[in-house]
Design a protein. Sequence first.
Length: 326
Amino acid sequence: MKQFTYVKPASEAVAIAAIGKPGAKIIAGGTNLVDLMKKGVMAPDRLIDINALPLKEISVVKSTLHIGALALNSVVSENASVMQLQPLLAMALKAGASPQLRNMATVGGNMMQRTRCPYFYDTTMPCNKRAPGTGCGAIGGYNRMHAIFGTSPKCIAVHPSDMCVALAALDATVVIAGKTGQRRIPFTEFHRLPGETPQLDNKLATDEMILSVEIPENNFAKNSYYLKVRDRQSYAFALVSVAAALDIQNGVIQNARLAMGGVAHKPWRLFDAEKALAGKPATEDSFKAAALIAMQGAKGYGHNSFKLKLAPASIVEALKHAAGLV
Ligand code: SF4
């Protein structure tokens, strides 16, 4: 592993000054970054350990849930306010990784984790995300875990998070700090599609850090479900996952939220399917019609083409669970 320097700032201002320096990288739980450094995929000159900053708080202010960037995945998943107000988020967190990893991984780090595409981790293989311009090993290679939506000729990787799928569905906002102050962006706009620049996973600038995420009040607590389809029941990334949330009154869907994981370079929000569900009865037929709409534009790359059937079936299954039909 390349040698690096290590600092642990005691204040946000000192941390922001430090992360703006060339070759600097933030570390919190380190559950992904340390692996990447050991494999030589990432080689920062300096690590800025932000664990001394006061960013662990989980609070409810005027019905909005605020979660600090350093709150641990395990703590958030067991928090009483999260389970009561946003059970979809708790479900998604509990589906992620293993208990040991959830005890180390932070909310901000979960958002910043890199793809698990095997070509990205193998420094002997071409990969436009790790080494721009070298090609994509997965296109024409082994791509069973890869994307079916929003791909580009440069990259077909997926974002690996479960938590982020729930946050995309729940209209969360990301609060970011940088040298010029704070800014806020909708969660659905935080992560990027690969396009011509697959080396960029998200819209965080190199001199910025995540402070928190906020989730507004909603009427989805009673009818939410996170479905994760994977090769084994624990400690596996999603082949396909679905975050489904419904507001149902007298059997009619007033409002729906749907997002998928394991299918795109970012958590994949299904806006058109949500619109199609509004005003419809909460029945399997409505869910099947929405799933058809959700799959428009999907494209398989060979090994992952099974997702073209698995994804709509998963959408219907998640919605049935959310509606209490199973
Ligand atoms: Fe690299 Fe993306 Fe291709 Fe994987 S899919 S090899 S991450 S460019």
